[in-house]
Every structure is written in structure tokens, then in C-alpha cells.
Write a protein that binds this ligand. Structure first.
Ligand SMILES: NC(=O)c1ccc[n+]([C@@H]2O[C@H](COP(=O)([O-])OP(=O)(O)OC[C@H]3O[C@@H](n4cnc5c(N)ncnc54)[C@H](OP(=O)(O)O)[C@@H]3O)[C@@H](O)[C@H]2O)c1
Length: 338
């Protein structure tokens, strides 16, 4: 089946603090520890040729070297670098100030770029894990969030902006109390916060806080991450694409429920970054972004199905015995004490 390219000009854009424009949908590239780098990279090439202009990468996904070949090819094939929005992320083992610039330089080399549009601190904790680990795995050197240490990392990201190696910097997996501190202490404030956002996990308070403070909410797991790693699955997790409201809207529009999730995200104002290596699916998601927005009645129905169901709970980043995953997320509005 030949897929018709989508004119990138039809995809809405989000204004970023400072005046740049971020395409309102990006292609995710985390293969959930099981999709080979080459398959993800092939999707990146094809998706850009179909009209995507935004790609969400990260060093820890282990595929930036392969994605770099695809980026080089699309540029050789005529896509201008300045039409693309490429994000990458600093992994947790590189928070030490001396490691930030080398980590970014490695991502740039792998991605075959001379600058990034956005560089995020992937998690607020300097705690790591190997690919494919199970839910009980812990870093024996795991640490709690320490604001002074986070800001020392952030200061290095600010230097990368000053050096022209990254255009914008942002946060990921943050909470309101942590963001409040970062916003008050940063010289260059974050322009975006990447956060889990799907119909069953709408995070209204954090979403509004992010927007009210001039940041773009970038929504990961927008389709409910049906292929996420085992460590991120618990029996209570709900399945967005099986929700009767979403299924009903999808039937009426003649689309897959995943497409409804994408349309909902875009109309709500976040930037979804659905992962897909299936051409018909990533094409459908792009068309969803470029086409008719979801109507008011559908948006109202979707607002009513939030289940506060976090899927990427982050157990592997806990720092001491006896903790619950909720301790990572500052649920009482204060940063969980060390
Ligand atoms: N900042 C962070 O800490 C963080 C955490 C998690 C994820 N992320 C980013 O967010 C991206 C997206 O999250 P995710 O990959 O966990 O989950 P997701 O995008 O919600 O779900 C991806 C899954 O949905 C399927 N899918 C996508 N579009 C579809 C469609 N139109 N119809 C049917 N199925 C569809 C894909 O299958 P096919 O491949 O077969 O289409 C894939 O299995 C990641 O790839 C990564 O870039 C960031």
C-alpha cells in the first residue's frame, strides 16, 4: 500500500518560549527494549519522508547511531535541517556536571547533527538500570532528588545553549514541587516538560502548571504504551485503546482508537510523541494531527474518562528499601524526603 505524504504545513505547531515552533506531533523512538535500532531508524526515515518533522530521541534508547543515518539521509534527500525538530535526553548516569557536555556531544555525533532543538534531563534522579531489567531491579548507588545537584546539571545544559549546541532545554518526569524550584533558580528556564499523558492519565494539575509557566507539555505514552516493558506493567493498569468512550468515538470516525488518543492530545494542547514502526499506524497518527480536530462533544466525553492511571511508574529509580513507586512522584505536593 502506498501511503500519501502529508504536507507538514498542515500539522499544527506549538509556540516555544523564545519564538521557535515545535511541530504538534513527534515520532517516539523508544522501542521498549525489544524493537531493534534498525527498525526504529527505518521508521524515522520513512516517517519524515511522509511529513513528520519532529522526532523524540534519547541516548538511553540505544538507537541514536542508527537514527543518525536516517537523519543524514532525509537531509540528503532534501529535507532542510531547520524544518526538523530533534529532541534528545541526558541519561541518568551523566548528571555529573563533568559528564553533561560529553554526553550531548555523543548524542550529536550519533545523530549526525551539529545542534539539537531540545535537550531534556530524562529523569530528575541520577539512578540507572540496564535495558530489559525487571520491576525489582535497583541501582545500588541510587539517590533521591537533590535540588542543588539537579541545578548543577542544569547549569551545564545552560552552557550548551550558550555554545549553540542545543537550541532549547527542558525537563522530563518532573513534579510541580520540583519544577517550582527549577523555575525559580534557572538562568535559562525549561521550555518544555516531557510527561506521561494519555486519556486515562491526564495529569490536569501538572498539565496546567506546565502551560501556565510557559512550558510546552510533551506527552509520552500518548496511546497508553501498549508495548511497554514488563517492568512497567501492573495488574491494575487500564488500557486506553479499549475504553468504551474512545472505542465509540473511533467507530464513528472510522479510525483506530489510538488515532482518537492522538487527536485528543493535539486538541487539548499537548504534543504527543507516539511510537510506531508500522507505516500505516505512524501515517494515521500524522494524518490525525493534520486533519479535522476532535469536536467539542468528543473532547468533553474524553475529559470524563481520566482514571489517574500512571503506566510508567518508575520503580527502578527508587533509592531506598521499603519505598513505593508513588514516592517518586511527590503526590502530597512536597518533594519526598531523602
Ligand atoms: N521522557 C520519558 O521518560 C519517556 C518515557 C516513555 C516514553 N517516552 C517517549 O514517548 C514515546 C511514546 O511512548 P511509548 O512508546 O511508550 O508508547 P505509545 O506511543 O503510547 O505506544 C506505542 C505503541 O502503540 C502502537 N501504536 C501507535 N500508533 C498506533 C496506531 N495508530 N494504531 C495502532 N497502534 C498504534 C505502536 O505499535 P506499532 O509500532 O505497531 O504501530 C506501539 O506498540 C516513546 O517512544 C519515547 O520516545 C519518553
Amino acid at each position: 500500500m502506498t501511503l500519501e505524504p502529508v504536507d507538514p504545513a498542515l500539522v499544527p505547531q506549538r509556540m516555544v518560549s523564545g519564538g521557535a515552533k515545535m511541530p504538534a506531533i513527534g515520532l517516539g523512538t523508544f522501542g521498549s527494549d525489544h524493537v531493534p535500532a534498525e527498525r526504529v531508524a527505518a521508521a524515522v526515515y520513512d516517517a519524515i519522508m511522509l511529513g513528520y518533522r519532529h522526532v523524540d530521541c534519547a541516548a538511553v534508547y540505544g538507537n541514536e547511531h542508527a537514527i543518525g543515518e536516517s537523519l543524514e539521509r532525509v537531509i540528503a534527500d532534501g529535507v532542510r535541517r531547520d524544518e526538523l525538530w530533534i529532541t534528545s535526553k541526558l541519561w541518568n548516569d551523566n548528571h555529573d556536571p563533568s559528564r553533561v557536555a560529553p554526553a550531548l556531544e555523543r548524542s550529536l555525533r550519533d545523530l549526525r547533527l551539529d545542534y539539537l532543538d531540545l535537550y531534556l534531563v530524562h529523569w530528575p534522579f541520577p539512578n540507572t538500570h540496564q535495558p530489559g531489567v525487571d520491576v525489582g531491579s535497583r541501582d545500588s548507588h541510587a539517590q533521591p532528588y537533590r535540588h542543588e545537584r539537579y541545578m548543577a546539571t542544569w547549569a551545564e545544559l545552560e552552557k550548551l545553549v550558550e555554545r549553540g549546541l542545543v537550541r532549547h532545554i527542558g525537563t522530563s518526569n518532573m513534579t510541580i514541587p520540583k519544577l517550582r524550584l527549577v523555575l525559580s533558580d534557572a538562568h535559562i528556564p525549561p521550555v518544555a516538560n516531557e510527561m506521561e499523558l494519555h486519556p486515562h492519565f491526564q495529569q490536569p494539575e501538572l498539565f496546567e502548571f506546565v502551560r501556565a509557566n510557559g512550558m510546552v507539555p510533551i506527552g509520552f505514552a500518548p496511546v497508553g504504551s501498549p508495548a511497554r516493558p514488563e517492568r512497567d506493567r501492573t495488574p491494575d493498569d487500564s488500557v486506553d485503546v479499549e475504553d468504551p468512550v474512545i472505542v465509540g468515538i473511533a467507530r464513528r470516525h472510522g479510525v483506530h482508537p489510538a488515532v482518537v488518543c492522538v487527536k485528543w492530545a493535539i486538541r487539548r494542547g499537548q504534543v504527543p510523541i507516539p511510537f510506531s514502526t508500522t507505516p500505516a499506524n505512524y501515517h494515521a497518527n500524522l494524518r490525525a494531527a493534520a486533519g479535522e480536530p476532535l469536536g467539542d462533544a468528543d473532547m468533553a466525553a474524553m475529559a470524563g474518562i481520566d482514571r489517574n492511571c500512571r503506566l510508567i511508574k518508575g520503580h527502578v529509580f527508587l533509592w531506598k528499601a521499603g519505598q513505593r513507586w508513588e514516592d517518586l512522584w511527590d503526590l502530597d505536593g512536597t518533594i519526598t524526603p531523602p
